[in-house]
Design a protein around this ligand. Structure first.
Ligand SMILES: [Zn+2]
Length: 169
């Protein structure tokens, strides 16, 4: 099942809350954080099952902060996905201030499958993923494109429930 076929990404409350907690905890140390939403695609619906936190290294740069996930951590992620029969569909990361896809975010995403999503959460997630200012992007053949307003809300269903006929979670 391809992510390009998915027109609804359902994210249960527990996954969002775990992610907010991880982003804020890193933020208290002045660090950005990546959390990955993995789960199952059934038909045109992706349902997140896990907030996966890959091993990562925060960096302080003259013009800000960033975080990197190295090859070993990506290998560990792929092994975990295979063992748990889950798909990586959404990457979430925090920024110290405004949320947008930086050049680095465009060039070095963790989600590399077309149709996948990237959420950027402002202010180290002080207001959380549900707060205002969170930016949503989707990967197409021509790169990452911002999704806004009604389109974004229909695509990404926060606090949604898994469909009853969905895959076991
Ligand atoms: Zn970023």
């Amino acid at each position: 099942m391809l992510l390009t076929d998915v027109d609804r990404f359902i994210i249960p409350t527990a996954v969002i809350d775990r992610t907010d907690t991880a982003l804020r905890e890193a933020g208290r140390r002045g660090a950005e954080k990546f959390v990955l939403w993995t789960g199952h695609v059934v038909g045109r619906v992706f349902t997140a099952a896990t907030a996966y936190v890959p091993d990562q290294v925060p960096h302080r740069l003259p013009d800000g902060v960033c975080v990197t996930v190295d090859g070993d951590a990506l290998h560990g992620l792929n092994k975990w996905l295979y063992e748990h029969q889950q798909t990586l569909a959404v990457q979430v990361h925090s920024h110290p201030t405004r949320a947008y896809h930086s050049d680095t975010d465009d060039t070095y995403p963790i989600v590399t499958q077309r149709g996948g999503l990237s959420l950027v959460v402002p202010n180290f997630a002080a207001a959380g993923i549900r707060g205002s200012g969170t930016a949503l992007y989707r990967l197409s053949g021509s790169g990452w494109h911002r999704q806004r307003g009604w389109t974004a809300r229909r695509l990404l269903v926060l606090d949604g429930e898994a469909p009853r006929n969905g895959a076991a979670i």
